[in-house]
Design a protein. Structure first.
Lengths: 435, 435
């Protein structure tokens, strides 16, 4: 039996490794377009900042771990041009053909760069190669502009400022980090703007020039910058899947079931190219996140090798460190919940990260979203310089378990003065959600 | 209607406040033996260390918050000598009598000091007054001995060493911090012993002398110390309850139901004097912990005032910071689980607190205890210098929700390099627990 995995990122390598563990006699081949497999793309901002010295540090494992220790064939620098489902063959970029009995598509996602920017040679960051090119681009730059105000945009801005650059962050919106409302976002945004030049409502942005000498024009002002990085979102790499007739949604995300099986019973999909079930809504969703991809890959690999695992879905928990701030969210915002037809409300709490008398305490801002009538927890956002990330994770576990705010209030989170007040901001938020 | 609360600690003041909110026309009186109400006894080690300047900083609220803002009568420096259940009266230490319609017993717990130590004037630490006396005791001391190796003992040792004292910690056991096995405890114990003089297997301990000049003798050695502090556990303050015929267990802990009602339908109990249900075993248990007491108090106060709240039980989540280490546990150890007849196993994982390439990462030691066959999570212990406490809280939420290791593996804990590796030690432990 031949299992072929397209893509050597988190999902692909997790799938290949799991498949080989489940069925060691299986022939497992990974085909990767780039030079690297099993790399930590989430670490690229730190490489650009300079706190990670080399892209080699971002490889989870050397290639030999997979080829020699785990017995996986790995073919790099080779793309798949087409999937011939009738003959169960892949047409490779070097003209060769590869047979498969089972196929796992783990082709990931790519930056969605507006044509007007890519025409100037501006690119996004996703693959390790794109990180290396950007590292080269900015090595002599004093001023860098980032287009896009999402998680990657604010994270990159933080990294580059801390790496010594002057940074412009360009946003189409009236504020950065949409999804965080005025109350929970205020303190963070104020500090962010002290360190990053934020250009808001810049939907009229025009960029001219070339690498080393760009000019941004928006709202009557012009800004000279050395380098421009696009961080305007990502799109799934699913052209070959769609061309082969595999079912995808309107955004091009491959539709999968709980076994990570696609519309073709021989073909699985996992990672940033594949859909998941949002466990809060029960509806298909897209959570292109490293830990979700890893787990999807694990499930796809197990099932493709004859095992039986079910991926129960995900809630989109996202964490990021921006300057000294920890920012995280899980599940739905009130706005998202209402779009999904849920009767939702938000409780905002400003509490402290440690007991009032304990040194080093920081404000903790919490938005907790619950469903009226049932009291079920739907989501939370947390912002703090101390302990926001793992507070979000505690809520994520509760949401996955479909706890109500009342059950979460009574869940026995431990207390000690260095780690929280005796009524933690999360517990206060759960309490107020019950009223 | 008169509601009387005996005890002005966490449970008592939470009960009184909640009762008044549920029924503002209720007359609510709190009778407290000491001078203070609503104080943070968990903060006493930091006061002794010197990072909290004054015991006044450990008061959650000034007395006026309760008497004037919340409309609660507070009587301090007055004990209750007896409960006359037939006449629904309390006999106070000043000879007065107080009627009640509903009574809440929140008398807390006291240090269990061996007679041989208390005969020498050695005491434990629990009330704010005991903290003040100890602060005075140690003010001119260079060398302090702590008897007892539990959470309070190791926390006090850490505080006093960091406050500039030389500290002996005396343990009856072969190692400190029983409940943490050799694997998970090793790194912590090694560092602890570099900073604290640990005397193990000291069940032959003899203490002589008096405050300012004690001598410890154990296993053929003698140690001169200035001050001795007892940290050998606590006992519930339930003499008046038991004398009045209220049902208690063999340890003297008042038996309560989910409404925090005692065997007398007019009398509730809450806090360190009252039993809880261990939500893992479903059996009665004792969790004398601040956050549990607060919630018990809340429930007792609501029900005593005519509301209806159920306390679902607790899992005993305990967190402590000792030197740079965060130490926490929740639910059962394998040993405890087996004593309760559960078919349990432990998975040990040594992972890292951040992504491998991210600066400042620390080892994370995890013991995860699950039930064989069902896979249900029963408990966890976590030790690390980075992020152990809130990792334990994430597990606590999962245990409260009765998640299996598989469900917890798939619960969508967020990932970002500063907060964990992409496979967090908790997730690895859950994964290995599934095998």
């Amino acid at each position: 039996m031949d299992l072929v995995v397209i893509g050597g990122g988190a999902a692909g390598m997790a799938a290949a490794s799991k498949a080989k563990r489940v069925n060691p006699s299986l022939s497992v081949t990974v085909i990767e377009a780039g030079r690297y497999v099993s790399y930590a793309e989430c670490g690229i901002p730190y490489y650009l900042e300079g706190i990670v010295a080399s892209p080699a540090d971002l490889l989870h494992y050397p290639l030999e771990e997979f080829t020699q220790k785990r017995g996986i064939n790995v073919i790099t620098r080779t793309s798949v041009n087409a999937i011939d489902r009738k003959n169960r063959e892949l047409i490779l970029s070097n003209g060769a053909k590869t047979r498969y009995d089972r196929l796992i598509i783990a082709t990931g996602a790519s930056p969605k760069v507006p044509d007007s920017l890519s025409a100037l040679g501006i690119h996004g960051i996703r693959s390790l190669e794109s990180g290396e090119i950007t590292h080269q681009d900015i090595s002599n730059a004093a001023v860098v502009a980032i287009i896009g105000d999402g998680i990657l945009g604010i994270e990159l801005a933080s990294s580059l400022v801390q790496g010594g650059k002057k940074v412009y962050l360009v946003s189409r919106h009236s504020e950065i980090l949409k999804g965080f409302d005025a109350k929970i976002g205020a303190a963070f945004r104020e500090e962010f703007k002290q360190r990053v030049n934020v250009l808001t409502e810049a939907s009229d942005l025009e960029v001219t020039g070339s690498n080393g000498a760009f000019v941004l024009a928006t709202r009557g002002n012009k800004f000279a910058v050395d380098v421009v990085i696009s961080a305007t979102g990502i799109v799934p790499n699913t052209k070959i899947a769609i061309d082969a007739g595999i079912a995808a949604d309107s955004r091009g995300i491959i539709i999968t079931d709980g076994h990570m099986l696609t519309s073709d019973p021989s073909i699985y999909a996992a990672g940033d190219c594949a859909s998941t079930t949002n466990t809060v809504t029960g509806q298909p969703d897209w959570h292109p996140l490293a830990q979700v991809s890893n787990k999807m890959g694990r499930v796809a690999g197990s099932n493709a090798a004859g095992g039986s695992m079910v991926f129960p879905g995900s809630v989109g928990t996202t964490l990021v460190k921006v300057f000294d701030y920890e920012i995280g969210f899980t599940g739905l915002t009130e706005e998202q919940a209402k779009k999904d037809g849920l009767d939702a409300k938000t409780i905002f709490v400003k509490g402290m990260s440690k007991a009032g008398y304990y040194p080093g305490k920081q404000p903790v801002f919490v938005n907790m979203v619950t469903e009226n009538v049932t009291g079920r927890m739907l989501g939370a956002q947390v912002v703090s310089k101390d302990g926001a990330a793992w507070r979000v994770n505690a809520v994520a576990a509760a949401i996955q378990a479909r706890l109500t705010a009342e059950a979460f209030f009574f869940s026995d989170l431990g207390y000690s003065p260095p780690f929280g007040p005796v009524w933690d901001p999360l517990i206060i938020a759960a309490d107020l959600s019950m009223k």
